[in-house]
Design a protein. Structure first.
Length: 127
């Protein structure tokens, strides 16, 4: 499709269905994360709440079909290799400059793997 070209009814319907499916998958992932962390999925009210809350944590969930960014994947692979060799738990810390300050982010893997072709029901049943 040419950028800026008018969008027809069929294309609009396809995009709408894709958006609904994506939203349903995202909510299913939030429910799984809530179960994993003993928290509660927060309704989407348009306010500034995280997706899941526990007594100690607020958790923002992001779910994408595409692969994890290469830097994170490479770092995770290295951490898992070292973890297997030492019997310890893997952890990745990302550091970058944000607004003139260096920030640090902790990345851990949640022990749930779901096939790419999984349905919303499959995702919810995985936890």
């Amino acid at each position: 499709m040419t950028p800026g070209a008018p969008v027809g009814d069929a294309e609009r319907a396809r995009r709408s269905a894709r958006g609904r499916n994506s939203k349903a998958r995202g909510k299913a992932v939030e429910r799984v994360v809530a179960r994993l962390y003993g928290g509660r999925r927060m309704p989407d009210t348009g306010e500034h709440w995280a997706d899941v809350q526990t007594p100690e944590l607020v958790i923002e969930c992001k779910s994408r079909q595409s692969a994890t960014p290469a830097l994170i994947r490479e770092a995770w692979d290295q951490a898992e290799t070292a973890a297997r060799a030492t019997g310890k738990a893997p952890l990745v810390v990302l550091s970058f400059v944000d607004g003139g300050r260096r920030v640090f982010w902790e990345v851990r893997r949640v022990a749930v793997d779901v096939p790419v072709e999984a349905t919303v029901a499959d995702i919810e049943a995985s936890a």
